[in-house]
Ligand binder design. Structure first.
Ligand code: XIL
Length: 378
């Protein structure tokens, strides 16, 4: 099927809002009004894209695309923030006990520094992409506590001063609000390992915001309630937690509504923590067509629009920007085209949906005014 040319055609039809002048510009010099420019205008701190070090990118054989990719990633002004998709995970940073390796994480961190992008750091304690030795050990509680403390201490110390935020604990809950089974929850219990992780992190880098990060938090549910309970629990113990990351791995066909997104974000904002969309992507049942690309546009628009509208939602990160480097096809067979740039670097219609959201076009659908531009008063 001629998916790609159809997709390109659709994309071309929708393109270049961002480079056109819309009369909204400040006098500030900015050669290209990319998504980050619009995000900052809307009062967000950033619009970013995660990226991987070249050797780790999802699809090999695309080296010829790298110059164009790097241009968009680092120089176009589309993105003001990045997150290393893999390089700071336990598997890479402490592959064997007590041996630390920051090579992969440093590649992205130094590019971010060089190009003046804010860096979100990801992820300290997670059951997945964990070094096998952590799971293989038959640890006592004391041993596992020491392992967690040593890992967090070494990794956060290495990146001290470089991270806007750290995802301290990632994906600790099941969908029913119980703690996910992992070596951490099995040996220490969910409450204890999470508290230990945040307590340890709080002593290491005063500049870094400490986040709990998870998926399926974008609509109110038993899972969002469990995470809210966790936030309150840490707060009541005076353990620092600054934010909750909504991964926002969405599907075009069954996307949350704008109101659901707003309600979920507000549920955390009212606890006094900030929210960020940390890994936004919207996957399609392949092949893409006019219908599912329109649904995808709506999904992106709802997610970003809610973040713009709710005070306390501070930024949006998409999980890479270029479809060939998306994690989706490898993990969800038959699904793909989840990002904003197609294989040929033309833009998805959803790009325009994001610009619409960032220019407050969703505002009329909800009672609150745009944040930043004209903050609503509680
Ligand atoms: C993904 C990466 O994008 C892939 O390259 C890797 O193979 C698996 O992990 N939730 C997270 C991210 O918190 O770290 C995951 O990233 C996607 C799901």
């Amino acid at each position: 099927m001629q998916t790609k040319s159809l997709l390109s055609l659709l994309a071309l039809a929708s393109v270049p809002l961002a480079s056109a002048s819309n009369g909204k510009g400040s006098g500030k010099s900015c050669s290209h009004k990319g998504l980050d420019w619009y995000a900052k205008k809307a009062g967000l701190k950033y619009f970013g894209a995660a990226t991987d070090s070249p050797g780790q990118r999802e699809r090999a054989g695309l080296e010829s695309a790298y110059p164009k990719y790097d241009e968009i990633m680092w120089k176009s002004g589309e993105f003001g923030q990045t997150t290393p998709t893999n390089g700071q995970k336990w598997l890479f940073t402490e592959p064997t006990q007590g041996t630390f390796n920051f090579t992969e994480g440093d590649i992205v961190a130094s590019l971010a520094h060089q190009h003046h992008k804010l860096l979100r750091c990801h992820a300290l304690v997670w059951h997945s992409q964990l070094a096998p030795w952590v799971e293989a050990g038959n640890w006592t509680k004391d041993e596992l506590r020491a392992i967690i403390v040593s890992h967090i201490t070494n990794v956060m110390t290495h990146y001290k001063g470089q991270c806007y935020a750290w995802d301290v604990v990632n994906e600790a809950f099941n969908e029913d609000g119980t703690y996910r089974e992992s070596v951490f929850s099995t040996v220490l219990g969910g409450d204890e390992f999470i508290q230990l992780a945040f307590e340890t992190a709080s002593k290491l880098d005063p500049k870094a915001k400490l986040y709990y990060n998870d998926y399926n938090l974008e609509s109110p549910s038993v899972k969002t309630e469990a995470v809210r309970k966790l936030v309150r629990q840490l707060q009541s113990k005076k353990i620092k937690i600054d934010g909750v990351g909504f991964q926002a791995h969405l599907t075009a066909e069954s996307r949350p509504t704008l109101d659901e997104h707003v309600a979920a974000i507000e549920g955390f904002a009212e606890l006094g923590v900030e929210v960020a969309l940390t890994e936004l992507d919207v996957r399609l049942e392949m092949p893409g067509n006019a219908t599912n690309l329109a649904q995808q546009k709506e999904a992106y628009k709802n997610a970003v629009g809610a973040c713009v509208q709710v005070d306390g939602c501070i930024g949006v990160t998409i999980w890479d920007f270029y479809d060939p480097f998306s994690w989706v096809p490898a993990v969800f067979p038959g699904e793909g085209a989840a990002l904003l740039w197609f294989d040929d670097f033309s833009r998805h219609p959803a790009y325009e949906g994001v610009v619409e959201a960032l220019t407050n076009k969703t505002q009329g659908h909800h009672g609150k005014g745009p944040r930043g531009v004209k903050r609503w008063v509680a």
